[in-house]
Design a protein around this ligand. Structure first.
Ligand code: NAD
Length: 478
């Protein structure tokens, strides 16, 4: 298959094309994707800009109706698109289908809250009145990573469109196909120019970030690129919102229900082969229960069956791309060279075939040194260091000793104890006895991180507020 650019609801051939390969069998080509030139980046920004007055002026109720129709597209496409998404990303088919279904909820949640959120607030006293109104930024650039492309995009698209902005989306070259198919179907519901899709890598992203018609950049990806975007956006004083990496600590307390914790932590760390921003990335376990906990966690992680994402027996697929795969392998090699106790687990379904893709077995690091590299950096792969601690104050100190602060979790039979620890953690999100957001959490809880894990939040009214400017209109007393 070939995916083109989408500008003004017209499929537009790229200046060049790149191949998308199956990370589970790198010999296989999944499709090809158009790459935008700088001129085409300008065309897309101009198209979004031209569509702005019409879209911002469309009654909210109508915008919301179109968003509901867009959510229905996601519902309908979820089972059909899962195979393509799995082939290009390396994620399991069930994971891909669930991602699109969850993305439909995200769109509906935003549709549900838009009308009330966008109401102006009016105040008056004897001296005058003021109306605090919310208006769109204008053209918003949404730039996303590959690891959960549909949900990451919908978290930007839905609130941005609900608030009357128009969009230029740039998917990642590492998983562009499924997202592009879905966006084309969704865009067809909206007036031309409201949703534009540009493909490409750093060049297209940089041209978009620097474009004078773009008023806001909403970015999900790594901190290094975020720094470049911040610099490029500064020249035209654009607003930026960043959802970046995490190095989420899980603090296990000595009264934990070990069985419950190990099953949840195993999934929380190794789902998507560890390639998601708020995966559990390091675990702190009290010395008093360390060996028992580690053995049970090993047994749980040992249940993963590693294979091709289309193989129904697989419970873990490959990593998405060579660069990330190499990064994690090198990280492990350095840890091993430093004497770390690396425990590779899980069953390779077809050991021969795993040489054909970017596979890694789920790996624990027993009694990882608290300051070691493998604990200190975001691995973004199927690796989990487990650190022993002496007392809770030390565990909190170690957990907070990071420039990243996205998610975190606390595991205890006592809600009071867990809450006490949770409130000391420097993170945007803390999960108690779970490692991921529930439906209610996804709807109501701001998603994002502190320190170098991001700027701003997604989801909830707080996330929607990222897509409006405030306009205060003042008047005399009537
Ligand atoms: P990345 O930063 O390499 O790329 C992200 C996007 O930016 C891609 O679309 C890429 O083409 C584009 N890009 C690259 N250079 C650019 C430039 N100079 N200007 C503009 N755009 C540019 O990240 P990645 O490897 O795709 O994703 C992995 C990272 O994303 C991890 O750190 C992960 O934790 C983070 N992430 C965060 C969240 C979150 O919600 N906090 C969610 C998913 C992933």
């Amino acid at each position: 298959m070939s995916v083109e650019l989408l500008i003004n609801n017209r499929e537009t051939p790229g200046a060049s094309y790149v191949e998308v390969r199956d990370p589970g069998r790198t010999e296989d080509r999944v499709g090809r994707v158009a790459q935008a030139s700088v001129v085409q980046v300008d065309d897309a920004a101009q198209a979004a800009h031209a569509a702005l007055p019409g879209w911002a002026g469309t009654p909210i109720a109508q915008r919301v109706e179109l968003l509901r129709a867009a959510a229905a597209v996601l519902d309908e496409e979820a089972p059909k698109i899962a195979e393509l998404m799995a082939l290009e990303s390396g994620m399991l088919m069930a994971t891909c289908q669930a991602e699109v279904e969850t993305a439909a909820h995200v769109v509906r949640d935003n549709a549900d809250m838009a009308a009330e959120f966008l109401q102006p607030r009016q105040f008056a006293d004897a001296n005058g009145w003021v109306s605090v109104e919310k208006r769109p930024f204008g053209v918003v650039a949404g730039i996303v990573s590959w690891n959960a492309p549909v949900i990451l995009t919908m978290r930007k698209l839905a609130p941005a469109l609900a608030c009357g902005n128009t969009l230029v989306i740039k998917p990642s070259p590492s998983a562009p196909l499924g997202l592009a198919v879905l966006l084309a179907k969704m865009a067809a519901l909206f007036p031309p120019g409201v949703i534009n899709v540009l493909h490409g890598g750093a060049d297209a992203g940089a041209a978009l970030t620097a474009h004078p018609l773009v008023r806001k950049v909403s970015f999900t990806g790594g901190g290094k690129v975020a720094g470049i975007i911040m610099r490029d956006a500064a020249a035209s004083m654009k607003d930026v919102q960043f959802e970046l990496g995490g190095n989420d600590p899980a603090i296990v307390l000595d009264d934990v229900d070990v069985e419950h914790a190990v099953t949840r932590i195993a999934i929380g760390a190794f789902r998507r082969a560890g390639q998601f921003c708020f995966a559990v990335k390091r675990v702190y376990v009290p010395e008093s229960i360390y060996d028992r906990f580690f053995d049970r966690l090993s047994a749980e992680v040992g249940k993963f069956r590693i294979g091709h994402p289309l193989d129904p027996r697989s419970t873990m697929g490959p990593m998405n791309n060579r660069a990330q795969w190499t990064f994690v392998k090198d990280l492990l090699a350095r840890a091993r060279a430093e004497g770390a106790d690396i425990v590779e687990l899980g069953e390779l379904l077809d050991p021969q075939a795993t040489n054909e893709g970017y596979y890694l077995r789920p790996t624990l690091v027993r009694r990882a040194a608290p300051q070691s590299e493998i604990v200190a950096v975001e691995q973004f792969g199927p690796v989990l260091p487990v650190v022993a601690y002496q007392d809770e104050a030390q565990a909190v100190r170690l957990a907070n000793d990071s420039e990243l602060g996205l998610g975190s979790s606390v595991w205890s039979a006592s809600r009071t104890r867990a809450l006490g620890i949770a409130r000391q953690l420097e993170a945007g999100m803390t999960f108690i006895n779970q490692a991921g957001a529930s439906r209610v959490g996804q709807r109501h809880a701001p998603f994002g991180g502190v320190k170098q894990s991001g700027i701003g939040r997604e989801s909830s009214e707080v996330g929607m507020a990222e897509y409006v400017e405030y306009h205060s209109i003042h008047g005399d007393a009537l």
